[in-house]
Design a protein around this ligand. Structure first.
Ligand code: NAI
Length: 457
């Protein structure tokens, strides 16, 4: 659905009026098109720095340069007239309250020269790695700093995120860090804002094939692929070279076949909540592909009513589709050993599952459960080289949100740091990153794609 305010605020003839009326003035967001490029960050300038004892800085600089970025480590902005596209600060060495002053001293002079649509990444250590309570408190303080900074940057269309390293020194950090940092610094990270991405030990198969088409030779299952976020995800995975098995309900067969044809994939008409579906899927995947590399559990429904008014069968429907089907399909695929080494599971959770929503007890129950599910699966699947993560969209412009009444829809759009809704492709970008070899050190995470939505922030 068209976002009229976004259009008016970015049209020279009406921008002044929008400002005079005191309305929010969302910035046009930069979005990458096509597949991931080997030199994805070419032409972008980043200033990188770290305090004393920073242990990630050298790897961060190497990761950015490997993706084609110009990196200056002097802490100085580029020469006048040269755009500054991003900032990366390694705060892993901060241990004491006095050390926190380094955050101010690095960022404060560089925020004004920062271009619109900039990317800011803060690197830190997981607080639980630190035995000393003061050092642990300092590690945790980065989250508050980052989330506030992201709110200040959003009005310029810029995003800021935190990578938290949960491995002790000595692990292969370059391998673990490169993919997440390159993604968060790219024009694919348009609507992921104010988020924390935790990275652990890189699993075996984390090296991306050189160049583009990072998923060449991979097979991906996307449920609910006929439209919306599912269709965008199928298209994005196919762009990276994956063969996509597109699943949706038989009643949506026309849209499903259209999506599958568009992405060069294979349609599979089935209701995920049907008792026979997991076994049918197992047999189809075994016969057609011999195995799977990526599973995106995107199919989901809402049946909203306050709990006092909610019929039992509505509750059951939501829990059956949004939760039980996912658990049963994964169990069937894992039992049949069809999810290959290096495999990726991505579940679509929701902001509702984090913050709760009026009239959405069933939906929020199902979506919160998925957060617990991926956290529990991550360590269990690590020995198989498989990761499990969840993506929690905020307000995304799809049929689901177009159907909302005007006022809640406008509120949903504007109540975020970026003051606008996200596009299905923004969610698809994060899912595709998590599905890629580059995300081998990211598991058990739930990452919001919400433009730093204020609900549950
Ligand atoms: P959508 O309603 O546009 O598309 C969902 C697709 O899932 C449809 O094609 C539908 O036919 C399919 N589906 C529903 N029940 C199914 C079943 N039993 N078996 C197989 N397929 C089934 O939804 P949208 O907006 O693209 O959402 C995708 C996912 O993202 C959902 O899980 C939703 O809960 C989640 N989400 C979406 C948000 C948004 O703002 N659009 C916000 C937060 C979460």
């Amino acid at each position: 659905m068209a976002d009229t305010l976004l259009r008016l605020a970015n049209d020279r003839r009406t921008a002044r009026l929008v400002r005079l009326l005191g309305l929010p003035t969302p910035v046009l967001l930069e979005r990458a098109s096509g597949g991931w490029q080997a030199q994805e960050l070419a032409g972008r300038t980043f200033v990188c720095a770290g305090g004393p004892h920073a242990r990630l800085l050298a790897d961060a600089g190497a990761a950015l340069r490997a993706a084609g970025a110009r990196v200056t480590e002097s802490g100085q902005p580029p020469d006048a007239g040269q755009p500054l596209h991003g900032l990366v600060f390694d705060a892993s060495g901060l241990r004491d309250v006095a050390d926190l002053r380094q955050l101010h001293d690095f960022f404060q002079p560089l925020l004004r020269p920062l271009a619109r649509n900039a990317r800011v990444v803060l690197l830190g250590e997981a607080p639980e790695l630190r035995a000393d309570p003061v050092a642990a408190a300092v590690a945790r303080s980065l989250e508050g700093f980052l989330r506030s900074l992201a709110k200040e940057l959003g009005r310029r269309g810029s995003v800021a995120n935190l990578i938290q390293v949960a491995t002790p020194p000595g692990a292969d950090l370059l391998l673990a860090l490169s993919g997440p940092l390159q993604f968060l610094c790219s024009a694919r990270c348009t609507y992921v804002d104010g988020q924390l991405m935790r990275i652990g030990h890189p699993l075996a198969d984390t090296r991306s094939p050189a160049g583009s088409r990072r998923l060449a030779g991979h097979v991906a299952l996307v449920t609910g692929a006929a439209r919306g976020i599912g269709a965008a995800t199928a298209a994005r995975l196919a762009e990276e070279g994956a063969r996509v098995l597109c699943l949706d309900i038989p009643a949506d067969r026309d849209a499903l076949y259209e999506t599958a044809a568009r992405v060069g994939g294979v349609p599979f008409a089935a209701d995920v909540a049907e008792a026979a579906t997991p076994q049918r899927l197992v047999e189809f995947v075994r016969a057609k592909f011999g195995g799977l590399d990526i599973v995106v559990h995107n199919a989901g429904i809402t049946r909203d009513k306050t709990l006092a008014n909610m019929p039992g069968h509505w509750w059951d429907q939501v829990l059956a589709i949004n939760l039980r089907a996912i658990l049963l399909i994964d169990a069937a695929l894992l039992d049949a050993q069809l999810l290959r080494r290096g495999g990726r599971i991505v579940c679509l959770s929701s902001m509702g599952g984090i913050a709760g929503n009026y009239g959405q007890t069933s939906y929020a129950t199902s979506k919160a459960a998925l957060i617990g599910y991926v956290a529990a699966q991550a360590p269990r699947l690590a020995p198989l080289g498989i990761t499990a993560n969840a993506v929690a969209p905020g307000f995304i412009e799809t049929r689901m949100t177009a159907a909302m009444p005007f006022l809640p829809r406008e509120a949903g759009r504007r109540m975020s740091s970026l003051a606008q809704g996200g596009q299905p492709r923004d969610v698809a970008e994060l899912i595709t990153f998590l599905a890629s070899p580059a995300a081998g050190a990211v598991s058990g995470n739930t990452i919001r794609v919400c433009g730093q939505g204020w609900l549950g922030a």
